[in-house]
Every structure is written in structure tokens, then in C-alpha cells.
Design a protein around this ligand. Sequence first.
Ligand code: GRF
Length: 209
Amino acid sequence: MLSLAVLVSGGGTNLQALIDAIRQNKLPGVSIEVVISNKPEAYALVRAKQAGIRTELILKKDYESRQAFGDALLGLLKKYNVDLVVLAGCLFIIPEQVIQGYKNRIINIHPSLIPAFCGNGFYGLKVHEAALARGVKITGATVHFVDEGCDTGPIILQKPVEVFEDDTAETLQKRVMEEAEWIILPEAVRLISENRVHVRDSRVYIDRT
Ligand code: GRF
């Protein structure tokens, strides 16, 4: 059994993709033990409750230091016996002790083909605005392991998506979600649950046999 914690801050459509994949028996042996949010109003929390998944709120302002916030997050992950942490629209920075404690056991979904349009400040619609401003013809999404940097960890899966001339950031965001994010995030979780994802020298190798 692979126990997940899904960390969210917003709408939770990627969380929903995981919930749906589990319901459709596409992720045998995977369960979402807890959904953790830093925003009380995140719609992702409603989705979790509707699916009968336990939820936790973790607010940075309740802790006097980054260290204390990190310890609290680690405590939650231990409490739910989490094997894999999935950042699905999680807009808070994961403290270092959590990254070290869960080395190559934290994954993130990013709405571009890394290394394009990633790093500090590239989140949400800003990623798609930057892609349109640069005039790229192809964008996409990336699932990667989380390391101490911002969007710098080993890449697990990527999927390209075409950019149309009449796209707005909103239409492009929607297409990237539908055609890439909601597909590769559950797929990455499945590959990890089947023990087929290996990291060597900062590169991911997938056992396809
Ligand atoms: C997605 O575009 C994801 O790639 C990014 O944040 C957005 C979250 O959307 N990290 P949702 O909350 O899953 O709907």
C-alpha cells in the first residue's frame, strides 16, 4: 500500500484527478490518507471531504519559525504514515527538514515543460502568461521530485500541449490541465506505487518492462 498526503492551496483539480483515478481502480494499492492545505478556503478541501478523505490545515502564522512550521508538517506526515507527498497546486514552500526527511518521496506538478517557465514567481496563470508572451508553440506539464531548489528536482514525466494563436492564459491553463496535468500526475503516482521509478545522479529512470 502506498499512502499519500496531497498538499494543496487552491481549486484541487489535480487532487480530483487522483481521487478519480483511485475510484476507477487505476491506482491499485494507492490511498490518499490526508489532504493538507495552508488555505482554509481552498476548494480542494471540499473535494477531499466529499471523497471522505481526512483534511488538515497548516497555517504558517501559527508557528513562530520556519523550523517549527516544518516540524509541524513533518508531524502530520508521520501521524498519517505517509509514504509519498504529492504537491498538487501547493503554494507554500516546503521546509528543508521535510525535503530531507522525504528525499525522492515528494513530487510536484508544474504547468510547463521544465526548464521553461519555472522557478521563483512562476506559478498559476503567470506560467501561461509567460509562455504566451514568449510565443512558444508547444508548452505542457511536468511531474518532478522536489529538492531544495525551486522546480529543480529530477523530472519524472512530461507531456507536451499545443499553444493556439488565439489562446489566453486562461484557455491555455485549461488545456494544459486537461491534456497533460490530470494525466501525468496519476500516471507518475502509479509508476512510483509499482516501484518503477528510480533516481540516479539526479536523473529519473523508469522501469518499463
Ligand atoms: C496547476 O496548474 C498545477 O500545475 C500548479 O498549480 C495548479 C493547481 O491547480 N502547480 P489545482 O488546484 O490542482 O486545480
